[in-house]
Ligand binder design. Structure first.
Ligand code: TRP
Length: 370
């Protein structure tokens, strides 16, 4: 079956092994995990379970770190709608990295990106989503002393010159082939990748010394950073390293990626317990059998069951508990309704906490701005 992954669209059944070859990224293997573990002591379950599955130059980052040359983290979010739990996944992992390595995080909000790429999104819309989305990031507990929000239209005074230096090194034909853009694309779209490159070296410019950069991101953003890695050495900077995750599947099916514009595919961070319960019961794609009798006899298939996959990728960090759920579902002991009830409980209690912290975040925003 065919599939395609670009920063703007994910289609079909993604074959991550093929993607590793096509993109030219490296698999996260035992050796890399062991080098990480020297510093982090434990290994995050998202690494153990290959939710974060690929990287570029992670060994370089760790070597430099061991020499006392600390890296910083860079990730981002283009404000274009409400945040859903699929967005939170890489950010939670980023927070873990920040804590383990005690490093700075530069979080980019390219508030022009989706304005340029979507037909009906105004700057009033992006401003509203920017304010909302910042709360979700803050709610995850990033340290304001070590975390900076870079907002493209507000911080253009420090970004624009650097973006132009990048843009001067990229040709139209490179952008066309990297992103599937064409002669009809608007010229803002063509320029945009230069802005997403800037945070991969801006701290080095501002502090006037070469600082390694590690970018945790979902694998669809790799085309941007492949270009970035070509260009930065030409500007006298390190190539950024990256650590890349798969997509949290939409509620409605095991393939593709959760979409903020499709209500039935996503659970938003602001959903109430009633809405969470209803969405999971109604939409969560199930690997169970058609009837209880059949399920007891043949068992379910956790590998294609969205509720199970959400537990594996996000909501059940305990390996033993997860294994029991896997086995019980597979044997038919655990019914689909019961599996969904486990997930509903987890999501509800996670989001209840998140929503509390999101409220408190309203008073904190200014601490993160540059
Ligand atoms: N392009 C990303 C989006 O669509 C936003 C983004 C900007 C980003 N810089 C990043 C994502 C760095 C991951 C890493 O939301």
């Amino acid at each position: 079956m065919g599939f395609s992954v670009t920063p703007w669209e994910v289609k079909g059944e993604v074959d991550y092994d093929r993607l590793i070859k096509e993109f030219g990224v490296e698999k996260i293997n035992e050796e890399v995990l062991n080098s990480l573990k020297k510093h982090t002591k434990d290994i995050h379950f998202m690494l153990r379970r290959k939710v974060f599955f690929a990287h570029r130059d992670l060994k370089f980052i760790l070597n430099e770190y061991e020499k006392g040359n600390k890296f910083y983290l860079y990730t981002g979010r283009a404000p274009s709608g409400p945040v859903h739990i699929g967005h939170l996944l890489p950010w939670i992992f980023t927070k873990w990295l920040q804590d383990k390595f005690d490093v700075e995080l530069w979080f980019q909000f390219p508030d022009e990106e989706k304005f340029l790429f979507k037909d009906n999104l105004t700057f009033d819309d992006t401003e509203k989503y920017l304010q909302e989305n910042m709360l979700d990031v803050i709610a995850l507990g990033f340290d304001p002393k070590k975390t900076k929000f870079l907002i493209d239209t507000k911080n253009s005074n420090i970004m624009y010159k650097e973006a132009c230096k990048v843009a001067k090194k990229i040709t139209f034909s490179q952008v066309k082939s990297s992103f599937g853009l064409n002669e009809q694309s608007n010229i803002g779209e063509i320029f945009y990748t230069s802005m997403q490159t800037v945070p991969a070296f801006l701290p080095s410019v501002l502090k006037n010394k070469k600082i390694p950069c590690l970018i945790p991101h979902a694998v669809d953003q790799d085309p941007h950073f492949r270009l970035t890695r070509d260009i930065l050495p030409k500007l006298g900077h390190y190539k950024p390293a990256s650590i890349q995750c798969v997509f949290l599947p939409p509620l409605t099916g095991i393939h593709g990626k959760m979409s903020a514009s499709d209500e039935s595919s996503a659970i938003y961070t602001t959903d109430s317990p009633e809405v969470i319960t209803k969405k999971i019961n109604k939409y969560a794609f199930s690997g169970g059998q058609a009837t209880i009798e059949e399920h007891r006899k043949k068992g379910g298939n956790p590998d294609i069951d969205v509720s199970y996959q959400w537990l594996r990728m996000f909501f059940e960090p305990d390996d033993k508990k997860l294994e029991k759920i896997y086995n019980d579902y597979k044997s038919g002991k655990l019914l689909t309704g019961e599996l969904k009830a486990i997930l509903i409980e987890k999501v509800t209690s996670f989001l209840k906490e998140h929503q509390k912290k999101r409220e408190l975040a309203k008073k904190q925003v200014s601490k993160f701005l540059i």
